[in-house]
Design a protein around this ligand. Structure first.
Ligand code: SF4
Length: 392
């Protein structure tokens, strides 16, 4: 528990009693490090015991501090949660069930790497109550998977979905990456078709984003590998946007497409600004007007020495998050409602400034307004970052 939060415990507890929370647990271990990865993760499994002990202790501390609040979504992300043994996973889930009230649980997701699972593990995860799996497939092209440093090949990506179905999972997501060096962008479409045919009911489509320190960036900078051009990537995204509805997947967020009732309830809570508690290194929490992020230094975090960062959101910051996060959703936001809220808070100068800044985006067809609803157009989704900067 962050010392500065201790004096606000009464407010936090009250906020946690008003609506169920989401619970995110970060498992910071990977078998190998992918060449593009900037997530908080390590190959040092020597830290596993202390990290799991710390997670269990944090679950107990927070469960007690917040008076055993209700949880309606559970999400194990990483890193690679599928590196936990069935026994380790069972232990963490049991501790969580003792510490929190899971009676309103609507969804329990595990992220999994296709190169780390087998049928027995999937069956135990299903028995534990997980009902959704999110697989980091990225591409089915084996050459590209090697560039990315992934530990699995394309066939294992497809097999993972099939094994998961056989183990009783019906809610299956796969990550698909666009913009990989050497990627045949038409192949992205056929990968999407193959993944859906293999059982994926949800796709998260990401653009490769190279962190300045990652090995893949060094290869691109040295000229050994070449990124596709921005136009090629935009064409691939547009082709995907056109094809995915034919596969029964509708867009519901900038990067996410799902069959009916298959959207990620947990991730939607971030865009809808509903409260969540995040445990593990780098995990973020949002409750009441407080947001805090655990230390990203895995060993220090595991030993309880890491420094968490705490932020108190003022009224202006909270207001800005409504369009910043809400516009990511395909349905958009009610702009008149936002204006009314700004007026009530005496912050109409903010909505005036934003309206002036958004005018060119509306004019150039990146945003559209229908009645009071403001949302991205399909083209606008590709260039969403430049629009969303308005609210930062
Ligand atoms: S599996 Fe995911 S978290 Fe682990 S190294 Fe690869 S991209 Fe990073």
């Amino acid at each position: 528990m962050i010392p500065a939060l201790a004096s606000h415990l009464r407010h936090l507890r009250e906020a946690a009693s008003q609506q169920p929370l989401g619970l995110y647990i970060h498992i910071p271990f990977c078998k190998d490090r992918c060449t593009y990865c900037s997530f908080v993760t390590t190959r040092d499994v020597g830290l596993k015991d202390s990290a799991l002990a710390r997670l269990a202790a944090d679950l107990q501390v927070w469960g007690q501090a917040l008076n055993h609040p209700e949880i309606d979504t559970l999400y194990f992300g990483g890193g690679t949660p599928s590196l936990l043994t069935a026994e380790e996973l069972t232990h963490l889930v049991r501790v969580a069930r003792d510490a929190f009230d899971f009676s309103p649980l609507r969804e329990a997701t595990l992220e999994a790497n296709p190169g780390t699972i087998d049928s027995a593990w999937l069956q135990s995860a299903r028995r534990l109550g997980f009902d959704r799996l999110s697989f980091g497939v990225q591409t089915l092209d084996n050459v590209l998977l090697q560039y990315l440093g992934r530990i699995h090949d394309g066939a294992e990506g497809i097999n993972a979905l099939r094994m998961a179905q056989a183990a009783g999972f019906q809610r299956l997501s796969a990550d698909l990456m666009v913009g990989i060096p050497g990627q045949d962008l038409e192949r992205v479409i056929s990968d999407a078709r193959t993944l859906v045919a293999a059982g994926a009911t949800h796709l998260s489509v990401y653009m490769l984003d190279l962190d300045k320190n990652c090995p893949l960036k060094a290869q691109v900078d040295s000229g050994r590998l070449q990124l596709p051009s921005e136009d090629e990537v935009a064409d691939a995204f547009e082709a995907l946007q056109a094809e995915l509805p034919n596969l029964g997947l509708a867009p519901y967020e900038i990067s996410n497409y799902a069959q009916p009732s298959q959207l990620s309830i947990h991730n939607t809570r971030y865009w809808e600004r509903r409260p969540y508690l995040g445990l593990g290194p780098s995990a973020a929490s949002q409750l009441d007007r407080w947001r805090w992020t655990e230390s990203s230094v895995i060993q220090a975090w595991a030993e309880g020495r890491g420094k968490a960062e705490l932020q108190e959101l003022d009224a202006a910051a909270e207001l800005a998050e409504i369009p910043l996060l809400g516009l990511r959703m395909h349905q958009g936001i009610d702009w008149e409602e936002l204006r009314a809220r700004a007026t009530m808070l005496n912050l109409q100068h903010l909505t005036d400034t934003w309206e002036a800044a958004l005018r060119p985006f509306l004019k150039h067809g990146l945003l559209e307004k229908e009645g009071s609803v403001l949302r991205f157009t399909q083209r606008g989704m590709l260039l969403s970052n430049s629009v969303l900067e308005t609210f930062v």
